[in-house]
Design a protein around this ligand. Structure first.
Ligand code: CO
Length: 143
């Protein structure tokens, strides 16, 4: 198993206000706003070249991200994401080491249609980690 850093994800109460702040204060450009209906988030990325910053805003009141905002009204870091070549293989290997995969019963996808999975925070030093599937040939093409 090989991990590469993909992105850090920040939950924000207002994605447009967040984009303005990042633009005005840091000169960062926030890309197009997208909807992941399944995950209940509106999101956008800042592409830093070697990694990304993901901004997420709840798209419906029962979104898991809405619950995060109840606990952290100003927003904050929600998870970070590591790329793996295969979600299937990684979750199988990790499962064999007693690492819990959240919602492993059902395949989950990000807004780009890539398979994702989340590791239980208790099994990664208290941090919520997203695994994102980037097959090796694809990763080489984007370099
Ligand atoms: Co993410």
């Amino acid at each position: 198993m090989r991990f590469r850093f993909s992105h850090v994800s920040i939950v924000v109460p207002d994605i447009e206000a967040a984009a303005r702040t990042l633009g005005e204060k840091y000169g960062l450009r926030v890309g197009e706003r997208m909807l992941n209906a399944e995950q209940g988030v509106r999101l956008a990325y800042v592409d830093l070249g070697n990694a990304k910053i993901e901004l997420m805003e709840p798209s419906r009141p029962d979104s898991p991200v809405a619950k995060f905002l109840e606990r952290n009204p100003r927003g904050g870091i929600h998870h970070f994401s590591l790329s793996v070549e295969s979600i299937e293989q990684s979750t199988q290997v990790l499962g064999g080491k007693d690492v819990r995969i959240l919602g492993s019963g059902k395949a989950q996808y990000n807004v780009a249609g890539e398979r994702i999975a989340f590791i239980h925070p208790a099994d990664f030093l208290g941090a919520l980690v997203e695994l994102e599937e980037h097959p090796a040939n694809e990763a080489m093409r984007s370099q």
